[in-house]
Design a protein around this ligand. Structure first.
Ligand code: NDP
Length: 444
């Protein structure tokens, strides 16, 4: 929260004179023109919402083409009947409504977020794991009743097209409604006054309809659980085509299910992430949560339907071991930091070496956070590699995720470092001297 309080990012020469506006409630709203723009500023905000949706459609088309070549140019364009199916919007609306219903059910505990700029704290239901389990039971029932889950393979393009269209509409709604909220409810970086950039990066920090938190809901539920349902659909398609699922398909499904289940089991931890604490809710997060994650993260499973791979037991064992190591590093490091932030006197973290900062918070300099400055990203990347390896080495496409994810995490690490440097100043520099590597020990 300190970063939000201090509005830490340096001003740029072009934006030194913020104009005071009044919102509908008469409160002064000061566009944060002095906030550094991210993701390439206006140009990024113009290009990313066009290029990334095209990338989603491109990857789906390529994954089912016989060549599966990312370098195939010009790419084969899908016909309109491949892009549209009236079932797709119905399935998406049904899926989102189911998860909205599960969100409001009084299951699990209720947790408080970090303190907001106006001194209040929002309440969040911690029942994402319940939603995953209930979705799983419902899917098993549907499968038992003979529902053709393998048809998700044919529906992938229309579903992705609807999710993309829905992301644009939803982001527009979020942008418009943000003009009716008080200034303290706006994200520090999303209020530049440039409509294109603000639409993209998100103006409002925690948009809510009553107690229903739109950003928190989208962050881990319909898209993330949708991803593993699509994976299961690909597995069922393989069963339809070849009689049984391949070992490669089982590994991809299991690894990614473990990842999603872990995220939902530890749902409370999302309340302290950059996405919830710092970023506004705009196209970037909406599209990421509802279209990018479900339709590109499972690309390996879609690829395996058309490009079956033989995997030896030894190869499978090595890949399982890699995923296990990645998961261990990822989970242990995330849990260590969460525990330390929640209760620094807890026996599991009390003996770790720390350094003081001017904000009163301390930084870990031993344990996982003494190995590299983002051990959790290291574990995540090892897992991402393990998800691609079952697809063999004949194509680049299944490695798209790990390559993209490395770029994303390197960029995210850089964003986080800048925020931490602004928050902690000299103490952060001392931490960087003590722990010189960012993600990969002795490499980066
Ligand atoms: P992190 O969990 O890495 O948190 C970064 C914050 O941790 C910093 O801002 C700082 O906040 C605190 N911190 C940093 N260094 C220290 C230290 N030495 N001691 C104590 N606190 C420290 O943030 P993310 O949200 O980026 O990542 C969370 C997880 O989500 C990661 O495992 C990541 O891999 C994963 N992820 C996955 C994505 C996906 O698409 N699959 C996308 C993005 C992330 P403060 O000091 O204010 O507490």
């Amino acid at each position: 929260m300190d970063a939000l309080e201090n509005n830490t990012v340096p001003s740029t020469p072009l934006n030194r004179r913020p104009i005071m506006k009044r919102n509908s409630q008469g409160l002064k709203q000061r566009p944060s023109h002095d906030t550094e723009r991210e993701f390439g500023g206006t140009l990024g905000a113009l290009c990313i919402p066009i290029l990334l949706p095209l990338t989603v459609m491109f990857l789906i088309c390529v994954s089912r083409s016989p060549e599966a070549s990312l370098l195939q140019w010009p790419p084969a364009l899908p016909s309109t009947d491949q892009l549209w199916d009236p079932l797709a919007p119905l399935l998406l609306l049904g899926w989102i409504s189911l998860h909205a219903l599960l969100y409001v059910l009084p299951l699990g505990k209720v947790s408080e977020g970090l303190v907001l700029r106006n001194g209040t704290r929002l309440k969040y239901p911690i029942n994402g794991f319940h939603s995953l389990c209930i979705s799983g039971v419902l899917l098993m029932l549907l499968l038992g009743l003979g529902a053709p889950l393998g048809s998700l393979f044919e529906l992938l393009l229309p579903l992705a097209a609807c999710a993309i269209a829905g992301s644009y509409l939803f982001s527009l709604y979020l942008y418009i409604r943000s003009f009716w909220v008080p200034s303290h409810a706006l994200a520090s970086g999303g209020n530049t006054g440039n409509p294109l950039y603000d639409f993209f990066i998100g103006r409002e920090l925690n948009p809510r309809i009553g107690n229903f938190d739109l950003k928190y809901f989208c962050e881990l539920r319909p898209g993330l659980i949708g991803w593993v349902v699509i994976n299961l659909g690909m597995l069922m398609k393989e069963v339809e085509l070849r009689g049984s699922p391949s070992l490669a398909m089982i590994l991809v499904n299991s690894f990614q299910l473990l990842y999603v289940a872990d995220a939902l089991w530890n749902e409370e931890a999302v309340l302290t992430t950059m996405d919830i604490v710092h970023d506004g809710f705009g196209f970037m997060l909406v599209f990421g949560d509802l279209a990018w994650v479900p339709f590109t993260y499972g690309m390996q499973a879609a690829f395996l339907v058309v490009h079956p791979q033989a995997l030896s037991s030894l190869g499978a064992a090595a890949i399982i071991a890699l995923n296990g190591v990645g998961y261990y590093v990822f989970r242990k490091s995330n849990s260590q930091k969460n525990q330390f932030r929640r209760d620094p006197t807890h026996p599991s973290v009390a003996r770790l070496e720390t350094i003081a900062t001017a904000t009163g918070k301390r930084l870990l300099v031993s344990g996982w956070w003494g190995l590299v400055r983002h051990p959790n990203y290291l574990g995540d990347l090892l897992m991402a590699l393990a998800w691609s390896l079952p697809c063999g080495f004949s194509h680049l496409l299944p490695y798209f995720y790990v390559i993209y994810f490395a770029v994303l995490l390197i960029h995210r690490e850089d964003r986080d470092e800048r925020q931490c440097r602004a928050k902690y100043g000299l103490a952060w520099d001392t931490y960087c001297q003590r722990v010189p590597y960012r993600i990969f020990p002795y490499v980066y």
